[in-house]
Design a binder for this molecule. Sequence first.
Ligand code: ZN
Length: 145
Amino acid sequence: MKDKRVIKIKDPRLRKIRNEFRNLWSSAETVRWRGFGDEMEEIRFDKNDDHRILIEERSPENLKYYRSLQEAQQDLRENFRRSICMCYTCGRADLDMYYNKAYNAWWCVECVGMFRVMHPQMKEKYADKDPRFYDFDEGFGESFL
Ligand SMILES: [Zn+2]
């Protein structure tokens, strides 16, 4: 895939279909995400004694498995956030998307437009500031130009 690319759909009917596919994928992701959560909840809860099992009470194997479920859940969410189905910054799913290979993620064209306007302004604003005291990510802004 190219370093940067925009996927635009002009036909309103095709946009509607695209958005419905994104919503469908989002729903599937949510179902899988909740599945991990349900499994974690079962591990956390002792049904015989009707109480939540403390971390100290868990076996190393149980805790390791629980952490693997947490990681799988986080990976699933992060991969979805980086997908073309939603903007990495604002989360919108109904706009044309822009891929930025430097961050291996997609942004909506509105956020990209905002970055392109804001970056030169921020660069000028922070040009004479000590970078130790300001959190200005110049590389991020540059990657959208
Ligand atoms: Zn956005």
